[in-house]
Structure formats: structure tokens, C-alpha cells
Design a protein around this ligand. Structure first.
Ligand SMILES: NC(=O)C1=CN([C@@H]2O[C@H](COP(=O)(O)OP(=O)(O)OC[C@H]3O[C@@H](n4cnc5c(N)ncnc54)[C@H](OP(=O)(O)O)[C@@H]3O)[C@@H](O)[C@H]2O)C=CC1
Ligand SMILES: O=C(O)C1=N[C@H](C(=O)O)C[C@H](O)C1
Length: 255
């Protein structure tokens, strides 16, 4: 029998594509949740619990404030969860880790394969380039509707740089949204700049800037379907996994 995929926020930008990509992958869309908007031909469930009950795996690309309730429902129903929602607080990320002790979860900042390669490259480059000489700056641009900044992908890139430097983002320190009399840049800090405008799907550039040279790595998504294809792949992969916290590198065999 085809796997039944449930989609939280099925009427959203990602929700719509997740439903299409699930069908293309040979799965059945059990339906989804929505508060407003068109769910297309799909069944709309009144809450997450009833969606989980009729799904083998659930995908969440919604809003950070909804994540804890979605985790609780998935745990209660013992359903694997693919989580793509960005902008989670420290407490919300802790709730993800806690839930993953009971169900398998893929939580990924970005489901595009190229971005996951970028994470690996960022870590290697940061390990090779001394933090005292090479300032790491991350610039991202997204569509005007995006509600969180910096993007989840930018934060994940920052974490990869910190890992390469054998530290954490918190220890390294960040400089975000500089404005006014900021003083000089702190050595070793990781910088973030977020641009918003138009319908840019997603662009991320990681810069290592030194006194006499600069290296830049850029990823551009031309179509957000790339995230939907990756998330559906993760959902099908999760069906065979024990409880645990996974990300896209596990799904892609890059771990
Ligand atoms: N990890 C990745 O690769 C990617 C992650 N994302 C992330 O996915 C999320 C969604 O993005 P996008 O599809 O563009 O956003 P949209 O605003 O288009 O869709 C969000 C969906 O979430 C639902 N929603 C909003 N608030 C709540 C709530 N409190 N409880 C339940 N459902 C809610 C909305 O429902 P309704 O329409 O009924 O209001 C809507 O269907 C964002 O966090 C984004 O950053 C996006 C792309 C890739
Ligand atoms: O909101 C988006 O659109 C995206 N969000 C994710 C993020 O915050 O990194 C992934 C991608 O960049 C698109």
C-alpha cells in the first residue's frame, strides 16, 4: 500500500508543492490542515491529531509558534515527522530533540541537496581558514512574505562555520543587522545580513573576507519545489527509521 503523507499547512506556499510532490513520488496525500486558503482537492482535517491518525508520516512547513503542538500530536500518535519550519527558538528546538527520543524526526534548515553540500563545504573551509584572518559573513535574501530572519539556512551555515572552528555559534558570537555606530567588527564573530524583497525563492552567500583576499560560496534556489522534493524524500526515508533526530545529510547519505 502507498505511504500516506499528511501535510500541516497544506494551503501554504510549501504545503501546496508538498502535496504535488508526494503524489509524484507515488505516495497518497491523506490530507492536511489549514486555517484559511484553498486546500485544493485534498481532505482537510480539523486538527493535527486527526491528521496524524490517518497518516503514516506527517510534514510540517508552517510557523514556529505551532511546532510544539505539532510535535505533541505526532508523539501521541507515534508518527514520524519531517520538520522544515524555520525560526525556532532555543526552547522549541529543545522540544524537537525531546520528541525525537520517541519518534523519528528529520529537522532540516534546508531540504535542497545543494545547500546540504554547502553546509559540508562551509565546515571544511572554516576549519582551513583561521578565524583571526578570515571574517565569516553570511548574506541571505528571500521573498517579502518571509517572517523570520536570519533564515534557518543562514543560521545553519553559521553553525557549520562554528563547528569547523571547533566552537559553537553562541561561543563565537554573532553580529546581525548592523546599523548606526557599531564599532569595529569583533574578530571571530560570525556576521549575518538578511535582505527581503519581491519573490526571491532563497539565496545564501557565505563569505570569508581577509586582508588581501575574499572567498564566496553562493547557493540560489530557482524554484521552491526543490525543498518539497527533498522533504517528501525525507518523509519516505523516515518510514524505515527508529526514533531519533535526523537531518538531510542522513537522508542524502552524507552523514
Ligand atoms: N527547511 C526548508 O527547506 C524550507 C523551510 N521553509 C519554511 O517553511 C515555513 C512555511 O513557509 P511557506 O510555505 O513559505 O509559508 P506560508 O505562509 O505560505 O505557509 C504557512 C502555512 O502554515 C500555516 N500556519 C501558519 N500559522 C499556523 C499556526 N499557528 N498553526 C498551524 N498552521 C499555521 C498556514 O496556514 P493557513 O494558510 O491556514 O493560515 C500556511 O498553510 C517557514 O517557516 C519557512 O521558512 C520554507 C521553504 C523551505
Ligand atoms: O521561507 C522560505 O522561503 C525559506 N525558508 C528556509 C530558511 O529559513 O532557511 C529555507 C529556504 O531558504 C526558503
Amino acid at each position: 500500500m502507498a505511504a500516506r503523507i499528511g501535510i500541516l499547512g497544506i494551503a501554504g506556499r510549501m504545503g501546496t508543492l508538498l502535496a504535488e510532490e508526494s503524489t509524484k513520488a507515488g505516495a497518497t496525500v491523506s490530507g492536511g490542515t489549514r486555517r484559511s486558503g484553498e486546500a485544493g482537492p485534498y481532505r482537510v482535517f480539523p486538527n493535527t491529531a486527526s491528521l496524524c491518525a490517518e497518516s503514516d508520516v506527517v510534514i510540517d512547513f508552517t510557523r514556529a509558534e505551532a511546532v510544539e503542538a505539532h510535535l505533541a500530536a505526532a508523539v501521541a500518535a507515534k508518527r514520524p515527522l519531517v520538520l522544515g519550519t524555520s525560526g525556532l527558538s532555543v526552547a522549541q528546538e529543545a522540544a524537537v530533540a525531546e520528541a525525537a527520543k520517541q519518534i523519528p524526526i528529520v529537522y532540516a534548515a534546508n531540504f535542497a541537496p545543494g545547500v546540504n553540500l554547502l553546509f559540508a563545504l562551509a565546515e571544511r573551509m572554516a576549519a582551513a581558514l583561521p578565524a583571526e584572518q578570515y571574517d565569516a559573513e553570511i548574506v541571505e535574501m528571500h521573498h517579502r512574505q518571509k517572517v523570520d530572519a536570519p533564515s534557518g539556512t543562514a543560521v545553519a551555515l553559521g553553525r557549520a562555520v562554528a563547528r569547523g572552528r571547533c566552537t559553537t555559534l553562541e561561543e563565537a558570537g554573532t553580529e546581525s543587522g548592523r546599523d548606526g555606530h557599531t564599532g569595529p567588527r569583533r574578530t571571530g564573530a560570525i556576521g549575518f545580513a538578511a535582505l527581503r524583497g519581491g519573490q526571491v525563492v532563497g539565496e545564501h552567500t557565505l563569505l570569508f573576507a581577509a586582508g588581501t583576499e575574499q572567498i564566496a560560496l553562493t547557493h540560489r534556489s530557482f524554484d521552491r519545489r526543490v525543498y518539497a522534493t527533498g522533504a517528501v524524500r525525507a518523509a519516505l526515508w523516515l518510514l524505515g527509521q527508529p526514533a531519533g533526530l535526523y537531518d538531510m545529510k542522513h537522508v542524502l547519505g552524507m552523514a
